[in-house]
Design a protein. Structure first.
Lengths: 110, 115
């Protein structure tokens, strides 16, 4: 079963625009992570936010976490065609391993 | 190159057959995780090994088994294959037993097609 659910399922934007993806989860967590997956490739770790943090930045990425609403958002600013990929949130929750959401397919049009 | 090596990259086999997928974790990582990714089920956790011992089990079928060897490489064995087992199988590794700040390092996956 999947702990996280991303929204929207698919997002298409123009190069230079910002892209926002949301993730909702069900149980309490220690941390939440975001990963990127290019088509048919392995997942790449992007950023981790701990449960006691509200916002975190890394380059063009901004992640927010609202534990009261059990939700997180990933913002990619000034998007590029190379950002085209699927983005997944992952939580640890009560499990020993990461549980991944269903993913958002982002397409950045040149 | 993530440092996690999975072989083979592609595998086509018939129903009822048995296959073995292999994973070498990133140097220094002691944990290995296996995930199955299919269009309808998404990324499903199968099993975790840490330093040779099984640590967590997810939605792994009884027809599937895995092990981690003393050199820390891991193998996932899939037997009595069915069409529904067609999927991407990922191996990931991490330094510790529990998810850490660096997350998991994923391999590029093995695409299994059962015909």
């Amino acid at each position: 079963s999947q702990q996280g659910e991303e929204d929207p399922q698919a997002l298409s934007i123009q190069e230079g625009e910002n892209a926002t993806m949301n993730c909702s989860y069900k149980t309490s967590i220690n941390n939440l992570q975001w990963y990127r997956q290019n088509s048919g490739r392995g997942l790449v770790h992007l950023i981790l936010i701990r449960s006691n943090e509200r916002e975190k930045h890394s380059g063009r990425l901004r992640v927010t976490l609202d534990t009261s609403k059990k939700s997180s958002s990933l913002l990619i600013t000034a998007s590029r065609a190379a950002d085209t990929a699927s983005y997944f949130c992952a939580t640890d929750g009560s499990a020993r391993q990461l549980t991944f959401g269903s993913g958002t397919q982002l397409t950045v049009l040149p | 190159d993530s440092g996690v090596t999975q072989t083979p990259k592609h595998l086509i086999t018939a129903t009822g057959q048995r296959v073995t997928l292999r994973c070498s974790p990133r140097s220094g990582d002691l944990s290995v995780y296996w995930y199955q990714q299919s269009l309808d089920q998404g990324l499903q956790f199968l099993i975790q090994y840490y330093n040779g011992e099984e640590r967590a089990k997810g939605n792994i079928l009884e027809r599937f088994s895995a092990q981690q060897f003393p050199d820390l490489h891991s193998e996932l064995n899939l037997s009595s294959l069915e069409l529904g087992d067609s999927a991407l199988y990922f191996c990931a590794s991490s330094p510790r037993d529990l998810p850490g700040p660096g997350g998991y390092t994923f391999g590029s996956g093995t695409r299994l097609t059962v015909v």
